[in-house]
Design a protein around this ligand. Structure first.
Ligand SMILES: [Mg+2]
Length: 342
């Protein structure tokens, strides 16, 4: 299982969509980027779905409702219903509902996704610190959230009202660059109050629990592009994970990953769901995958051979993670990665 120290990506003789009953897919950097579908996502997901795999979409973004996300996916050619989408707004709403009286008022600093999720749990969204809220919840509110909303949160939190956050991603990708995410907004209130929120989103357990409750998955595979949210969330939930390289993680970060950030499998994109995964073999002269052999030198990783780039990356992961043990690998992998075009 994921909690032991992983020292190599694993192999699978069977296609992953036959090994796992449910794919828990991150959205940004996995399925779409900047509103457009990522290469091979539409076709691969269609084949996985018609082959019998249940697909669920798991996002830390609390702004949009599951309905809106499902509509966007369907427009991209990925048929999805609201029930197939799990958001951090839903996870934080359940967390709050377990800790406050039924029907309690909750001060909302965020968007529609958060309000809908609170109502679904029988809670009453309110807008002012003077509405006697039993909780304060903060979720991403989009670019037009007024500064005064952080003041509203601070008034209530200062009075000792329990404070929750859907997620603490510091940044959010936009078509024009990197924008402040909900984590940055949470920092504003934290600085003003000195308080600490309870957080629901990836990589924390409330989000994983929400995902399992809603999908009923028995053998889930987390599919993501970020090591510190998707892959760490799978590690914390003790389930397997597939890292795809279509988003924010590059080869350097993957080779340096500490144990909680090491995925079970690595592939270029979502086509990896439909195939088996090659084994990395440990040989006398290094770690072999496909036509590549990787070794850990005194200050850098070495790679010899040729073949598929992903096989070379898997061999390098095994060399780096084995050398690092339960730490982060400090060996230079740049030159070896350059051979792979990564
Ligand atoms: Mg992502």
């Amino acid at each position: 299982m994921s909690q032991r120290v992983r020292t190599s990506p694993e192999g699978s003789g069977q296609p992953l969509n036959e090994v796992y009953d449910t794919a828990l897919l991150d959205l940004d950097g996995v399925v779409y980027a900047g509103g457009n579908a990522i290469a091979h996502a539409v076709d691969s997901l269609e084949l996985a779905r018609t082959g019998g795999m249940h697909l669920a979409y798991v996002t830390n973004n609390a702004l949009r409702t599951p309905d809106a996300v499902a509509g966007h996916l369907t427009e991209l050619g990925i048929p999805a219903g609201a029930d197939d989408v799990i958001t951090s707004a839903q996870a934080v709403a359940r967390l709050i509902s377990e800790q406050v009286p039924a029907g309690a008022r909750v001060l909302v600093i965020g968007g529609e996704g958060l309000r809908v999720a609170l109502r679904e749990r029988g809670l009453t969204p309110v807008e002012s610190a003077d509405d006697d809220p039993a909780a304060v919840v903060q979720g991403y509110g989009g670019p037009d959230l007024p500064w005064g909303r952080f003041a509203e949160a601070s008034y209530a939190v200062r009075r000792g009202v329990p404070w929750y956050a859907s997620n603490t991603d510091l940044t959010i990708p936009s078509g024009r660059g990197i924008a402040p995410g909900n984590g940055a907004a949470v920092e504003v209130v934290r600085i003003a109050t000195g308080a600490e929120p309870q957080v629901a989103g990836k990589p924390l357990p409330p989000m994983h629990r929400e995902t399992i409750i809603r999908t009923g998955a028995e053998r889930p595979l987390v599919v993501g592009d970020r090591l510190d949210t998707d892959i760490e969330g799978a590690f914390n939930g003790e389930v397997d994970s597939l890292l795809v390289l279509t988003g924010v993680t590059d080869g350097v970060q993957l080779l340096a990953a500490p144990p909680r950030h090491r995925p079970t499998y690595v592939d270029a994109d979502l086509r990896g769901l439909l195939t088996g995964q090659p084994e990395v073999g440990r040989e006398d002269d290094g770690f072999r995958c496909g036509g590549w052999t990787a070794t850990a030198g005194s200050d850098r990783l070495e790679l010899t051979g040729d073949g598929e780039a992903m096989d070379g990356l898997r061999a390098l992961c095994a060399a780096a993670w084995t050398a690092a043990g339960d730490d982060s690998c400090a060996l230079d992998g740049q030159k070896a990665l350059a051979r792979l075009g990564l």
